[in-house]
Design a protein. Structure first.
Length: 417
């Protein structure tokens, strides 16, 4: 999507070059001899035409400013759509694991409607401005005819006819001049936004989705691995128990969690929930009742409550989980502030609180935690450890960690070579 934005801006800039300075130079070169000819035929009518055209030209200048604001709004709406698309693609694994494809569709529909409305408004004003040149020409000719017919100026019929004939020649360059001004403004805005484009940094829920599961779940894993990235592991996780995946960085802990979620197409092995095998293409809480807290703890575009609702969590319940984690200030400080793409950034610790509170509030029976204490200060780390102690016996937990205190809470520890 960043490439699409870049292409759009370059197209605007190219149009500005093609239709801007060169068109202006051509139009001026055409208008100069026409102006000389008009003044030669009838200085009086020429002066009258200038007097009539001046207020219209000022009004047209104001209209161009209005168009510029509308065009800027259209470009901002387009940028927002692209930013949101980048955000959706970047976090698509999260959407899939939470079974939230409907949120993606609703968001895209809303953004598309906003962008289309802004684009139509800008285009309408642009067409009106382009057509205004014809109005200017018609107004000047009308004034000439009125003056000639009323005898308000000492001009003969032959001069009027010659003046009108020459004046008609000015129509095309005047229109080109106006269109060139519009193209130049669009190009300038495109160039201003090109420098701010971010550097570039996987499917919706399956049909026939029966809905998220609730209640305890028995997880059985047999020879699960991601070739060339993690060794095969197997375990039997009864409700309320905790298994830890330990190992050095790069051992494959995160890859195994992603394989459990069905996010690794090359994964091998078997996963079953309550004795029912889970097929490789079955992704989401309807088939895999897992609440995932990835290590990077992504925040998607939207408010705090929008983020907490992902996966079906109740925001009020999630607020309570934030309080348990010692992060209730986020509810007070953020409110309806937009987070994620184009919004307020959160620190790594704040993102971790949001992601963990969301997972706890979903009520899904199995928690998948990827390095839950990495990057946290002592107080935040202690709060996470307290939460892990509280969920023991209530929720099944699969945690990937090399933190000894986290590992000490697990009923079983699988050490990856």
């Amino acid at each position: 999507t960043t490439i699409a934005r870049l292409t759009s801006r370059l197209r605007e800039a190219e149009a500005a070059v093609a239709q801007g300075p060169f068109s202006v130079a051509r139009a001026v070169a055409q208008l100069l001899p026409i102006a000389v000819g008009l003044a030669f035929v009838s200085p009086t009518l020429t002066l009258l035409a200038v007097v009539v055209l001046t207020p219209f030209s000022l009004a047209l200048s104001l209209a161009r400013r209005r168009w510029r604001r509308s065009h800027e709004s259209s470009m901002r709406a387009s940028d927002l759509v692209h930013e949101e698309m980048d955000d959706l693609i970047r976090h698509l694994d999260l959407w899939r694991s939470c079974g939230s494809g409907h949120h993606v569709r609703d968001l895209l529909h809303r953004l598309g409607s906003q962008a289309a409305s802004a684009h139509v408004r800008a285009q309408t004003i642009g067409v009106a401005i382009s057509s205004a040149n014809e109005v200017l020409g018609a107004a000047a000719l009308l004034a000439v005819l009125i003056v000639a017919s009323q005898g308000l100026a000492e001009v003969d019929g032959a001069s009027v006819i010659a003046f009108i004939a020459i004046f008609f020649l000015a129509y095309r360059p005047l229109r080109d001049l106006g269109d060139a001004r519009t193209a130049w403004l669009r190009g300038r805005e495109a160039l201003q936004t090109l420098a701010s484009l971010p550097s570039p940094v996987h499917s919706p829920e399956p049909p026939g989705d029966p809905g998220p599961r609730s209640g305890p779940a028995h997880l059985h894993v047999e020879n699960l691995c991601v070739p060339d990235r993690s060794p095969p592991v197997g375990f039997d996780l009864a409700p309320g128990r905790m298994v830890a995946l330990a190992g050095a960085t790069g051992a494959g802990k995160t890859s195994l969690l992603r394989a459990l979620l069905g996010l690794e197409p090359s994964a091998l092995g078997k996963v079953s929930v309550d004795g029912q095998p889970v097929l490789p293409d079955q992704v989401g809480p309807s088939f895999r009742p897992f609440a995932w807290v990835p290590q990077d703890a992504p925040v998607v575009s939207g408010s705090l409550d929008d983020n907490l609702r992902i996966g079906g969590a109740d925001p009020d319940l999630a607020h309570g989980k934030l309080a348990t984690l010692g992060a209730s200030r986020l509810v007070r400080d953020l409110g309806e502030t937009k987070l994620g793409a184009g919004g307020r950034p959160l620190s790594g610790g704040e993102r971790r609180w949001v992601s963990l509170a969301r997972a706890l509030a979903t009520g899904l029976p199995v928690l998948l935690l990827d390095e839950p204490t990495v990057g946290l200060d002592a107080q935040a780390r202690a709060a996470v450890l307290d939460v892990l102690r509280q969920v023991r016996g209530k929720r099944s937990v699969v945690v990937a960690s090399h933190d000894d205190e986290v590992l000490s809470l697990a009923d079983d520890v699988i050490t990856l070579p």
